[in-house]
Design a protein around this ligand. Sequence first.
Ligand code: HEM
Length: 124
Amino acid sequence: MRPVLILRILLYIQLILGLIIYFGPLAGLTLGRGSLDFHGALGILIAIIALVVLRPTHGVPNSGVRTAARFFPLVPLVFGLGFMFRLISGNPLVIIHMLLGIAALGLVEAAAARQRRAVRQPSA
Ligand code: HEM
């Protein structure tokens, strides 16, 4: 499987899990500590994979979008680690974290689309 596709799939899993962690209790679905641990570990993995697979590559223009997508998952990760180590807390910060995570997903999607186009049309 293509590495960028793996990154995208992991980000969608992260999004769905994060939404369930946040909104689940409203529907009477409270996940255990394990799912939060999994979301945290997956977040660390996603940030590392993004750094590796979105590095400058021959044949793919190194645009600002690609660079942003490469580093942006680190931003929600910093917030997430803050929650994990109880350095920060509170609903507004969790919502900011969620929006930053969705922004990371959007940037990776944009970078993946650009990579697909560049690979399909090497001369463009
Ligand atoms: C690249 C994207 C993301 C990364 C790196 C990331 C990372 C993390 C980490 C490390 C934690 C702490 C887990 C723990 O306490 O053990 C966390 C918590 C959380 N994340 Fe994410 N996350 C991402 C995206 C998202 C998204 C898209 C959502 C939802 C839309 C989300 C929702 C949450 C929620 C609700 C918590 C629990 C906060 C709390 O109440 O302590 N995350 N995240």
